[in-house]
Design a binder for this molecule. Sequence first.
Ligand SMILES: Nc1nc2c([nH]c(=O)n2[C@H]2C[C@H](O)[C@@H](COP(=O)(O)OP(=O)(O)OP(=O)(O)O)O2)c(=O)[nH]1
Length: 128
Amino acid sequence: MKTILVTCAIIIKDEKIFAFQRSETMKLPLKWEFAGGKIESNESEIECIKREIKEELNINIQVTQRLTPVTHEYPDFKIKLIPFVANYIKGDLILREHANFILAKKEELLDLDWAEADIPILNEFLLL
Ligand SMILES: Nc1nc2c([nH]c(=O)n2[C@H]2C[C@H](O)[C@@H](COP(=O)(O)OP(=O)(O)OP(=O)(O)O)O2)c(=O)[nH]1
């Protein structure tokens, strides 16, 4: 099975963290995730995450840290998910693809129904 390369960002604003709920029509419907998307050819990981966040959410971020990538096999596809920690810089949030979002305290994140690939990432982040 081909592995798709996906970046995602743990975006921090005023010491809280953004999480996003996938829409009903996306793959992994209604699961929570860190926003991001597939790496395009000739694009670096950092270029990818900044582009995806701007496209999906209309905000600018500054990346501060790369966490450990997670390879996960879903029943019908396989991904390598590359996580970054980032700070919100500017822009009014507009949800262009997602169904919902929260800006939550660290300890509230565990209550969400996460996409499976995100769980090791969330656990690493919570230990920082
Ligand atoms: N953006 C993002 N995708 C994630 C996360 N966790 C996770 O398993 N994924 C999966 C869901 C998607 O299948 C894939 C990312 O692709 P994407 O968001 O660019 O596009 P998509 O699959 O919704 O769109 P498409 O293939 O239907 O065109 O990775 C995450 O935290 N962020």
